[in-house]
Design a protein around this ligand. Structure first.
Ligand code: NDP
Length: 485
């Protein structure tokens, strides 16, 4: 019998499901059991061509519609997503292995927020009037054209919406390629957008590995590329896009610092560290995996963190009482286990976890290392798993310098009750998305993105509009036009 997660077909192009079994088969594995639940096929050159041609064509009429008309469709899609939240959350859990307890509140709902927010904004995307004496200049905020979205595997629904919603609101079309690891959810987003009234061709989803993504990025008909992925992939995609002078948004990885001062509220700081490391089993780009704890509070903090982490409930992700799921793939699990071994070898003190959980599926125990030093591999490289490193510090000046000593700059957090210090420290940390006495909140109203190697551009908020549109300026002369000869 066909598994309920099996999509109607691999691709969604020009308002309908399309199949081409000539493409390389991509098995979809449920991370909680290792069972194959679906198969999709990578896009062949003919599928890529159909996706680009129809998206390019549909965009022209879409851009001519009023913002109010475009926004209404996006807001209708948000409503449909909310009505179907349970079904979509189950699919997200099949796609990623993340517990239903999380997906019910963080994935389809976050996608709906983006569609609602940008749907609401679409009608207010206006230009400026600039007086120049009796002459004047006006500006027009125009669509870029055809945008390509390429997603990572940790938030397949959210990423498809975070890219699609602002792109469509601004009058663009999108061809979206999900990660080969999680190909299911973006198809549902496309289906729902069209059910909400989106004209055919404006949001096409095609499957494939990196090479399909690369063929989209290098296509001269594509105007913009928005990637969520790792830094090495980001460097390749950015370079390829630059060759065609395309606009880019790069949402890449991190090794973010979370700084906890002696005066922090202990329970809140422990909650912050848990949210910064163990949500989605640690597979979150903005995670605060370097937890710098001031000397005076360190042992108390570690004891309470270990005590609370021991209550994490691993198990069947579809059981709503389970709050800790498996790694997305066997490969990711092995990468994480490799880092844990490195931590042990390099002399970090294992406080809890530290191995594969003794159960079916690709589970790694929530793991805490103490006595981690700045040079250790686990403090320098992005692990993308549930591995929290505690580093001790003494002074504010010292911790800011150590926190900034990394190529990454996605996020940063601080816990303290000293309001001046909180703002001063955040002001000095080199990161794009920051938190004070909190961690990992990502509302659509707030800009999201990194500095340094963690990215270029911002998603969400009004900032995203700047990255999915361009400004045309028009000088209007009211009198005679003079010339030198
Ligand atoms: P990858 O960088 O491996 O892949 C990201 C996407 O790019 C995938 O869809 C991938 O396809 C595609 N891709 C790979 N090579 C190319 C290429 N040459 N040209 C075009 N597309 C390509 O990341 P993962 O999917 O493994 O995701 C994990 C990483 O993503 C982590 O490092 C994490 O930090 C980062 N991330 C960043 C976020 C942010 O917002 N800053 C959010 C979430 C994750 P395929 O996988 O099918 O081969």
């Amino acid at each position: 019998m066909t598994h309920p997660a099996q999509p109607t077909a691999s691709h969604f192009i020009n308002g309908t499901y399309v199949e081409d079994t000539e493409g390389t088969p991509i098995p979809v594995i449920y991370a909680a059991t290792g069972e194959q639940i679906a198969t999709v096929y990578a896009a062949t050159p003919s599928i890529v061509e159909q996706a680009i041609v129809t998206a390019k064509e549909a965009q022209k009429e879409w851009a001519k519609m009023t913002g109010t008309e475009r926004g209404r469709i996006l807001r209708r899609a948000a409503d449909i997503i909310r009505e179907r939240n349970h079904e979509l959350s189950v699919l997200e859990t099949y796609d990623t292995g993340k517990p239903l307890q999380e997906t019910l509140v963080a994935d389809a709902t976050s996608g709906a927020d983006a569609l609602e927010y940008f749907g609401g904004l679409a009608a207010s995307l206006t230009g400026e009037h600039i007086p120049m004496g009796e002459d004047w200049v006006y500006t027009v905020r125009e669509a870029l054209g055809l945008c390509v979205g390429i997603g990572a595997w940790n938030y397949p629904t959210q990423i498809a919406c975070w890219k699609g919603a602002p792109a469509l609101a601004c009058g663009n079309s999108m061809v979206f390629k999900p990660s080969e690891t999680t190909p299911l959810c973006a198809l549902k987003v496309a289906e729902i957008l069209h059910e909400a009234g989106l004209p055919a061709g404006l949001y096409n989803v095609i499957q494939g590995l990196g090479e399909v993504g690369a063929s989209l990025v290098t296509d001269p008909r594509v105007d913009k590329v928005s990637l969520t992925g790792s830094v090495p992939t980001g460097k390749k995609v950015y370079a390829a896009a630059a060759a065609g002078m395309k606009h880019v948004t790069m949402e890449l990885g991190g090794k973010s610092p979370l700084v906890i001062f002696d005066d922090a509220d202990l329970e809140n700081a422990v909650s912050g560290a848990i949210n910064a490391n163990f949500y989605s089993s640690g597979q979150v780009c903005s995670n605060g995996t370097r937890v710098f704890v001031q000397k005076g509070i360190k042992e108390k903090f570690l004891a309470r963190l270990a005590e609370r982490t021991a209550t994490a409930k691993l198990g069947d992700p579809m059981d709503e009482s389970v709050n800790f799921g498996p790694m997305v793939t066997e490969n990711q699990m092995n990468i994480v286990l490799g880092y844990i071994e490195k931590g042990k070898e390099e002399g970090a003190r294992l406080v809890c976890g530290g191995k594969r959980a003794d159960m079916e599926g690709y589970f790694v125990e929530p793991t805490i290392f103490a006595d981690v030093t700045d040079e250790m591999t686990i403090a320098r490289e992005e692990i993308f798993g549930p591995v929290l490193s505690v580093l001790e510090f003494e002074t504010e000046e010292e911790v800011v310098a150590r926190a900034n000593d990394t190529e990454f700059g996605l996020s940063a957090g601080v816990f303290t009750q000293d309001i001046s210090r909180a703002h001063r420290v955040i002001g000095n940390l080199e990161a794009g998305s920051c938190f004070i006495n909190s961690y990992n909140d990502a509302p659509v109203e707030a800009p999201f993105g990194g500095v340094k190697a963690s990215g270029v551009g911002r998603e969400n908020s009004k900032e995203a509009i700047k990255h999915f549109s361009q400004v045309k300026s028009v000088y209007v002369r009211m009198g005679d036009c003079e010339a030198a000869f």
